[in-house]
Write a protein of this length. Structure first.
Lengths: 208, 234
């Protein structure tokens, strides 16, 4: 038997191909790679860490259900596609959870980990802060919220966001521009200096 | 508030558990596609409604919530096909399923609904009706070993909704306390009448000095609500 060279760092596309062909470990590795990004993306849209955790599982279950949709990944990364699915899951949250209810019911109970009180407090503080930010952001159209969350908070480039949203990159740029302009207006009317935007809204912009 | 919350990792133990769960789900054998509709499963271990004959007995387990009638839409007449469970309690399950097709939620990339047919499995081990909605005309049911189900008439749908409401009320009453045979009969008759279910009747059986609490059962073919005596209400 000829030894095959090991593949220490297979691409997402390779892992996905292996998973679809029956190597479930590939799907597990994709989860390891992208669960954090999906988890944080979900949190930023709903301001609830616990619900975001469940939705992370739903996003991956939904990705598997839609495995026939994807033929190639943008820049070999599954993340834009996963975040696009996450947006759909978040938009149709009840229906998405209902669709995967049977699978979720088969999940063993989560272990109860000792959580220091400051950890609990920090999470609650996160949720409070995020809810305040969302109060402003939710005044944008749903499409503009999607672009903002992907490009500004999620750090995707316009091309990647275009994959996630299934629209041309030019549309992403125009939506992003419109979202920023609208947020400047909203921020100004909410006590921030005129023309300045809420700092939290642009935190990750430089990384995009 | 001046800062987006820092990113966090999933709690380590939860990450591992969710990862393992996902891996097991994608390698799981396909769900038997002739599974019970959820409105029956909602009373798992309890209420069973017979579909093809014989009385099916039930204990009073299950919650007090309204049964959720659901339909299982298959992307193809194939047990391995994608399945989408839809809530269909407020309308025609085929129409609801067609809506899911048009949304692209049944078969990825497809946004039109093909002709759909509802089929019923002739019998399962427990004698329960098994309903699925699959693409194809009425001949498809025979090809997959099932019987076609005629679309419900508006009157049948109204009756189904009313019966679900009565079921909900009876389960709630009979699981909250020990209800005597006399009171159980009075209450069941009163609720059937209130919902206009004139073709349904109530009978009691197996009550004794020790089996004096009302439990609930249905005989759908004979349109009977059966109250059975039991030591326990649960």
């Amino acid at each position: 038997v000829k030894d095959l060279p090991s593949d220490p760092e297979p691409t997402d596309a390779e892992l996905w191909r292996r998973a679809v062909e029956g190597d479930s470990r590939g799907f597990g590795t994709l989860f390891d790679r992208h669960a954090r990004a999906v988890y944080n993306h979900c949190f930023r849209r709903i301001a609830d860490w616990s619900a975001a955790e469940d939705l992370t599982s739903v996003v991956f279950l939904e990705a598997w259900r839609r495995r026939g949709d994807i033929s190639r990944f943008e820049r070999d990364s599954a993340l834009p596609w996963l975040l696009g699915i996450a947006n759909n899951v978040l938009r149709n949250r009840n229906r998405s959870v209902r669709r995967h209810r049977a699978a979720l019911d088969r999940m063993p109970p989560m272990p109860i980990e000792p959580d220091p009180s400051d950890g609990v407090a920090a999470r609650l503080d996160d949720e409070r802060r995020m809810a305040e930010i969302l109060e402003l952001v939710k005044r944008l159209s749903a499409a503009d919220q999607d672009v903002l969350s992907l490009c500004v908070w999620g750090g995707l480039g316009c091309d990647e966001a275009a994959v996630a949203l299934g629209v041309p990159a030019g549309t992403v740029r125009s939506r992003l521009s419109r979202a920023k302009a609208r947020l400047r207006e909203l921020a100004a009317s909410h006590g921030h200096e005129a023309g300045e935007c809420h700092p939290a809204l642009w935190l990750r912009e430089g990384e995009a | 508030v001046n800062k987006l919350p820092e990113e966090r990792d999933l709690p380590a133990a939860n990450h591992a558990l969710r990862r393992d769960h996902l891996v097991s789900e994608i390698t799981r054998k396909p769900t038997p596609w002739f599974r019970r509709p959820r409105w029956i499963a909602a009373f798992a271990g309890g209420l069973v409604i017979a579909g093809t004959g014989g009385a099916a007995l039930a204990s009073n387990t299950g919650g007090g919530s309204m049964p959720s009638v659901s339909a299982n839409c298959y992307a193809a007449a194939d047990a391995n096909a994608n399945v989408t469970t839809v809530d269909a309690k407020d309308g025609d399950p085929i129409a609801t399923c067609a809506g899911e097709w048009r949304n692209g939620d049944v078969k990825p990339g497809v946004h039109t609904a093909p002709p759909l047919t509802q089929c019923r499995l002739r019998a399962d081990a427990a004698g329960n009706p098994m309903l699925v909605i699959v693409p194809g005309d009425t001949t498809i049911c025979a090809k997959i070993g099932m019987d076609p189900v005629k679309p419900a008439t508006p009157e049948q749908r109204r009756e189904e909704t009313a019966l679900g409401q009565v079921t909900n009320e009876l389960v709630k009453r009979f699981t909250s306390r020990c209800v005597s045979e006399k009171d159980g009969l009075a209450y069941a008759n009163e609720r059937l009448a209130a919902q206009g279910l004139r073709t349904w009747h109530v009978k009691s059986q197996d009550f004794s000095t020790t089996a004096h609490c009302t439990n609930l059962a249905f005989d759908e073919p004979h349109r009977l609500v059966i109250l059975t005596g039991s030591k326990f209400f649960h």
